[in-house]
Structures are given as C-alpha cells and as structure tokens.
Design a protein around this ligand. Structure first.
Ligand SMILES: [Zn+2]
Length: 388
C-alpha cells in the first residue's frame, strides 16, 4: 500500500521565532521511498504553542494530498480525536464532490488526543480583503447578535497569496493590516509557511491550509474565524471554503467558524463602508507585481470599486487614482476577462450580477450601471448559444 507518512520534528527556536515542522515521506506499495519533503510553519514566540508531537496542523495541511494520491496516511505523532472524526466526514464530502480527483483513505495515528479545554476568544484570519474586513468589523463591533465572537487577535499568513520570496510585498500587507487593526484595538501575528511550495490545487484547499497555519495559535484562542467567500444563495461547489465543510476542520482545541455567508460581497461592502480605516486599507488585489498594493485595474479591483459604487459610496482611496470606471469597463482587459468567464460559466459573473441587482434595488443609476448591464447581456447571449 502506498503511504504518506507525517513525522513531526522537534520545535525549534529561531531568534525571536518558533519553527514547527514535520517530515512528509511518500513510499510506494513495496515500502520504497519515493519523495521526502519538509513542511514548516514559523511564527513569533508566543506564550504557549503546540508540542512537537502535536500533528493537527500537519494533518490538516496534507490529508487532501493523501486523498488525491490514494495513499494511506500514517501520522507518527498525536492528533485530536475530534479532528480525526471530522476528517472522516470531510473526506466523504470531497469524495462526493470530486470523486475523480479524490478518494477515501485511512488515517493511522500513533496517539489520539482527548478533547482539551478550548482557550477563550477567537483568532481571525485577516489579509485585508473584503471578506476578512467584514467578519472582523461585525464581530469586533458586536454586530452579530448572540453569535458575536470576542476576537483576541488576527493573523496574516506569508506564503499563501503572497509568495515566500516576496518579503517586500508581505511587509507592506502586514503593515497595512496592522494599521487597520490598531484602529479597533487589535494586533496581528504573522505566520510563514512553505505549504504552497509542496502542495497543489489551492482552490480546493485554502481553508484547510489556513486552519493548519492558524491552529498553531490554538492555545491563545480556541476559536478560528474564517470569512466566507460566497453567500448561502450562491455557494460554489466544489470549493476550498464553504459553510458545508469549514466546521469539519475543527479539532478538540480549535473550533473553526465559517462566517459571513449570510451576506454577498456587495452587501458586505455596504456594511464595512462605515469603517473608514478598514476601507482605506483594503487589500483585494493579487497581481504579483503590485508589492502588496491594489493595482486598481484588474477584474477584482474593478469589481470591488463597483461594489462601493453600487452602495452609493465613493471609490475608496485604497485604489490608485487612474482612469475612470466607465473607461475601465470599456477597456479590453475587463471585456476579455468576462467573455472568458462567461464561457466557463464562472462564479465571477454571479458577483457582477449581484452588483447590478443591488444597485437596481437601491435605485442607483449611473453610466457604469449601463456599461455593466451591457457586459452581462453578452453573457446571456453566450448562454443561449451554448444551450442550442
Ligand atoms: Zn488589482
């Protein structure tokens, strides 16, 4: 039987930081070594962090690799019993969603841990985007009724959307996030990892990866808040983060809450518009050349500007002043992007439609609404053509 073995290494001190890591060993059906890698997480020294033997983070990071490669997973350390139980169900979800890509695999563990006591308060994943800002804003301001969580601190991961080699961009993003959070009395802890250098298919795994990274802080905060990307009425399946699956990433010491699916992107923007500092520091752009700033020109930047306009708000100053939104909508780049997305029936179209629907409902009329309506009209023609 082919195996994926996770072997925890001793936690190390590196200057002011802690480095937690494990060996990932793949062996073939005859037990011969095929590949050996090291997965690591590095974060500032905190009061209490998981023991060297604790493999929750490593298993969260690697279980879908095992499913993809149909390898039994062997963990040479301890794993939370609750996490193991959840992963049985989570595997079943992926087996139903994408059975060609993923198969059910056994997980063998040296030691199963009983549930500990979850530390009070929450850690919130925060990269400065709309989803994280919305979650952070509504919980920190107690706007979520009985469900509001007390956020202890936030965390930003280096090695996910910003490559490890791009330290300059990460510094800019971290500084920007810290500046936003200071405004509401919170701090941010950075964490670095080589996760993306040793795994594939990010869009299926990003919540698992995020939980793997943030669970290193489980003794500081026993709850993890993950801002949703899609609303309940427009869920995208299969997808790496959803209200169906994210809670199944929870362990005995770390409860994962998928937050914000009650609102779509434009509704979230309508809420955070009242948080001036949050809006001024939004970071939504993943264009690699932007050094942690928003380019203002890519589809996501343009879409976010439209989110604000649909709420009758000005385009925030987190976007560089450049050509007008009308000119951008007429530009070749956006047209080409939407045409391509239309052919794939991409969820991006849904988000553009939500902008228009929101503007219509709130009687916002402008030249940009005409331009967006025209762009979406073309999609309907493509859909009609496809049905024939
Ligand atoms: Zn951009």
């Amino acid at each position: 039987m082919k195996l994926l073995t996770i072997e925890p290494l001793e936690n190390e001190r590196q200057d002011e930081d802690i480095l937690r890591s494990c060996k990932i060993l793949r062996t073939d059906a005859k037990g011969r070594a095929e590949k050996e890698e090291r997965l690591w997480f590095q974060f500032p020294t905190v009061e209490k962090y998981p023991d060297s033997d604790d493999c929750d983070s490593y298993l969260l990071a690697m279980f879908m690799e095992g499913m993809k490669e149909r390898r039994k997973i062997v963990v040479k350390g301890s794993v939370s019993g609750e996490l193991l139980s959840n992963l049985v169900e989570l595997q079943a979800v992926w087996d139903k969603w994408d059975p060609k890509r993923y198969g059910l695999v056994d997980i063998e563990v040296d030691h199963i841990r009983e549930n500990g006591v979850r530390a009070p308060g929450a850690v919130c994943a925060f990269s400065g985007g709309v989803d994280g800002s919305f979650t952070l804003w509504r919980h920190s301001q107690n706007k979520c009724s009985y469900r509001s969580q007390k956020i202890n601190f936030c965390s930003l991961v280096h090695g996910f959307d910003i490559p490890l080699a791009d330290t300059g961009a990460f510094e800019v993003a971290l500084k920007r996030a810290a500046n936003t959070l200071e405004n509401i009395g919170l701090t941010i802890l950075p964490i670095r990892t080589n996760y993306r250098e040793i795994t594939k298919k990010w869009t299926h795994k990003f919540s698992a990866a995020l939980t793997a990274a943030l669970s290193n802080f489980k003794y500081l905060s026993g709850t993890c808040l993950i801002g949703s990307g899609k609303s309940y009425d427009e869920l995208v399946i299969p997808y790496g983060s959803s209200p169906i699956t994210d809670h199944l990433l929870s362990s005995g010491e770390f409860d994962v809450l998928h937050d914000g699916a009650s609102h779509n992107r434009v509704e979230k923007v309508a809420q955070i518009a009242e948080w001036q500092k949050g809006v001024s520091n939004l970071r939504v752009c993943f264009q690699a050349s932007q050094n942690g700033e928003n380019c203002g020109k890519c589809e996501k930047c343009v879409r976010t500007k439209l989110n604000f306009l649909a709420c009758n708000q000005p385009v925030p100053d987190c976007f560089p002043e450049s050509v007008s939104i009308e000119d951008q909508l007429q530009g070749a780049a956006i047209k080409k992007f939407l045409k391509k997305a239309a052919k794939k029936n991409d969820y991006v179209h849904t988000e553009w439609q939500q902008i228009l629907d929101y503007a219509d409902r709130h009687k916002v009329k402008a030249s940009w609404t005409v331009a967006v309506r025209e762009l979406l009209e073309k999609k309907r023609w493509i859909d009609l053509f496809k049905r024939k």
